[in-house]
Ligand binder design. Sequence first.
Ligand code: NDP
Ligand code: 8X3
Length: 251
Amino acid sequence: MTKTVFITGATSGFGMATARRFAAEGWQTIITGRRGERLDALKAELKTPCHAAVMDVTDKAAVNAVVAALPAAFTPIDVLVNNAGLALGLGTADQADITDWETMVETNIMGVLYCTKAILPQMIDNGYGHVVNIGSIAGNWPYPGGNVYGATKAFVRQFSLNLRADLVGKNIHATDIEPGLSETEFSQVRFKGDADKASQVYTDTQPMRPEDIADAVYWAASRPRNVNINRIEMMAGCQAFASFNIVRGLT
Ligand code: NDP
Ligand code: 8X3
């Protein structure tokens, strides 16, 4: 039987790679994001049935409207991939812009909540479903400038685990995928279009590729039902942990 995946943030990076991966495995896709022309191009490329909908995850009414208007052939949804998200800035907490903080909270937290709440009822009615959230190593490990971005991803991790605790008896699976250094448009967004700053993040490194994360999403979503993958933390092969920062000379 044909399966259906609903992906947020499919216009770029992990979300686009995830749509391609599920379609290559024969799934039909619902692809969403704010940039409609990119959704149209992706839809034209995919070989399985695809429904594209322009949707801003921070707009609760828009999310509900998109889900309510899904063609019957695309319901019920088997897998929701809550991928849309962003980091804005890398300033320390005292210097960061409060509107950047608000945007990260609205997108990375409220967006995940709006989409989950809109789609869960059909999973519950269907007696089957899987919510895959895209967290980050930034939600597990602090770093300077990670302040609110990392905190939003810690929320995503704990919400994923709590979803599972609530919904195990309803046959709903939940997974948090927690990637590290990966080359997408993420740094261009974080540095607000400063291409030099963005490309420096990846200079002389071997970052993960969007396809590496799509692999993990697909693998988690395609386990047999006697297996739930709670979390997958992934780092680039060139990335690891550092020692604690000890500042000397403080009085
Ligand atoms: P990209 O910038 O390449 O993609 C982000 C996607 O999110 C785009 O499709 C964008 O679509 C969408 N998006 C952003 N804001 C909104 C919004 N308000 N409504 C709907 N869609 C939105 O970055 P990545 O692919 O790297 O990021 C995907 C996820 O992975 C994010 O949650 C990010 O935090 C996380 N992540 C990224 C890592 C990395 O190093 N790249 C590592 C760990 C986690 P559009 O602009 O068209 O709306
Ligand atoms: C993105 C990974 O380390 O840049 O979530 O925050 S990191």
